[in-house]
Design a protein around this ligand. Sequence first.
Ligand code: B1M
Length: 214
Amino acid sequence: MAVLEEISQNLQRGKAKIVKELVQQAIDEGIPAKEILEKGLLSGMDIIGEKFKNNEVFVPEVLVAARAMNMGASLLKPLLADGDNTSAGRVCIGTVRGDLHDIGKNLVKMMMEGKGLEVIDLGTDVSPETYVETAVSQNCQIICCSALLTTTMSVMSDVVKEAEKAGIRDHVKIMVGGAPVTEAFCEQIGADKYTADAASAADAAVEICRSLAG
Ligand code: B1M
């Protein structure tokens, strides 16, 4: 599947327009959306991540690659959907305060929408107060927190505390994820559910909404 390799290569060079065209080409060739995402877009992002770690590329290169990733992923969004239009529940999602990484959060959002959940996207750099106020005012069943930095994951603990303070812990669940987050960390801070990837997060959210409903 040469086109997937081309997607990965062009994503690494930050060629957003070409990535978008290649993703469309892959779709037209009948390659499943999940495969385009994993073997094209995410594989390119992994290589950029490794190079970033080793100081072979720097913030500007990573930013253009991220833009290419988001543009390519936007074409896959409708194809990753389940096709069921009834709302499976409502969640709010954001990357925690101090953290600007949003690619993983956007993927989680996309997969959740694909499973029929209504997703309120709070963006990045989200304070514990904003998560909780949104969950209350918008009747969300789940608060979803993403963090990519070891220095920001502790904000998730503040989200749990803020939710306790607001007295919503019995009917609003808290899901956490992102590269440095683990199951053990989730338990330690008293959050409800950790998942390692976007697809598992979407499945878990649907399950939680179902159990809260009934
Ligand atoms: Co940043 N960055 N970055 N960065 N960056 C990392 C995270 C880093 C690991 C790179 C490295 O040094 N090896 C490192 C963190 C080190 C650490 O804390 N241990 C790092 C650093 C240090 C920084 C800066 C401090 C760099 C600097 O300025 N000196 C700075 C911080 C800025 C800030 O946030 N305040 C910074 C900046 C940036 C960019 C702006 C340039 C850019 C972000 C652009 C954007 O997001 N729009 C960026 C990027 C792109 C990365 C890497 C290269 C890629 C991250 C990514 O998008 N991965 C990253 C290196 C790496 O990860 N290899 C790195 C792809 C994405 C799909 O994966 O987000 O993990 P991920 O999401 C996964 C799962 O984690 C899960 O689902 C997704 C897959 O299915 N998931 C959830 C995510 N959220 C979930 C929530 C859930 C469940 C699952 O439930 C609610």
